[in-house]
Unconditional design. Structure first.
Length: 338
């Protein structure tokens, strides 16, 4: 198994400062489908991390009653009614307006969350990041009996989506041209192993576990934890150069134990979404852009580097996720110089 470390020198070659004529359209519009009653902080942390990571625009899809919380804590973000995702009239929200979508942070592992994840995977062509309760909901509701498949599902509901429990991973994920990124911590990775019936998570090394999940799901796997791992079974299909696609696993060595705190994963999701959206937008504008695999590697590195900077300021014990967010700009500056 070929394992490669992501280094700051490599990122400095891949990432460039903004040009003087840059505008917000160059850096993408991110849709975050996050948060719920009692967990709106996850949406706010994810949105702030997305903005601090350079996204041109950020929209947060939450229940309407939560608008005041996000708009007060983060005036730079826009709020949209989550129910409009399913609307087919002119007032509805078109997923085509976004350069990347992230879903799952603080939503609750409910059937409604599963329906939203399924709707995004079926109705959106760009890169999708699925974290936290998005993963948990897929494991709980996204499975069919052995021998069945997603394509056998019927009847269709009012939005044209089969309502039978489906094996949307991997039946649909492997058919998408744009990447799906799953960001499990070890507990969520164990649930994915159980859902996919591919053994037990702890029966092999973390590297082998990440590789198995990538092959079984068709997704890019970011296995979080000490020295987070990135695995993609088909990296070349996402635009990676042959040199970038050689490794089976990429390991990240930034970060520290102080990042073991609630909300840290929400911050990572925001950074990944911002990096992917910038790549999508720049490609659409005919500009040089990082490929998705490189963007994900950079995001994981920056997340850990921001955590290291926060640790220097606060110490590991007293760190909170918001401290990581506030150090994201400094992490970018260390890499690109400004």
């Amino acid at each position: 198994m070929d394992i490669r470390e992501t280094t700051i020198e490599e990122l400095q070659e891949m990432m460039s400062p903004r040009t003087d004529d840059s505008h917000k359209g160059n850096f993408g519009h991110v849709l975050l489908i996050c948060g719920s009653e009692g967990m709106c902080g996850a949406a706010s942390l994810c949105a702030k991390a997305t903005l601090r990571s350079g996204a041109g625009l950020v929209s947060v899809a939450i229940p309407r009653e939560l608008f005041p919380i996000v708009q007060t804590t983060l005036p730079e973000a826009m709020c949209v009614d989550r129910n409009s995702l399913f609307s087919t009239d002119k007032a509805g929200m078109s997923l085509d307006n976004y350069d990347a979508v992230a879903i799952g942070c603080g939503m609750g592992a409910t059937e409604e969350t599963y329906r939203l994840v399924e709707h995004v995977l079926l109705g959106y062509r760009g890169p999708v990041v699925i974290d936290a309760d998005g993963i948990n909901a897929l494991c709980e509701y996204g499975k069919v009996p052995t021998g069945s498949s997603y394509m056998d599902s019927e009847p269709l509901d009012e939005i044209g989506v089969p309502r039978k429990r489906t094996s949307i991973i991997p039946d649909i994920v492997k058919k998408r041209k744009s990447p799906v990124i799953l960001t499990p911590h070890p507990g969520e990775a164990a649930r994915l192993f159980d859902c996919l019936e591919c053994g037990r998570f702890n029966e092999q090394s973390r590297e082998e576990s990440a590789r198995i999940l990538a092959e079984e799901t068709g997704a890019v796997i970011v296995l979080k934890g000490h020295e987070s791992l990135i695995a993609a079974a088909n990296a070349n299909s996402y635009g990676a150069s042959p040199a970038m696609g050689e490794a089976d696993i990429y390991v990240n060595r930034t970060g520290n134990p102080g990042m073991a705190t609630g909300g840290s994963g929400d911050v990572l999701t925001g950074i990944i979404a911002a990096m992917l959206a910038a790549g999508t937008a720049q490609t659409e504008h005919g500009q040089a852009a990082m490929n998705p695999i490189s963007s994900i590697r950079a995001a994981v590195y920056i997340h850990g580097l921001a955590g290291d900077k926060a640790s220097e300021e606060k110490g590991e014990t007293g760190m909170i996720a918001g401290d990581i967010v506030e150090n994201i700009p400094g992490a970018f500056s260390d890499i690109i110089g400004r």
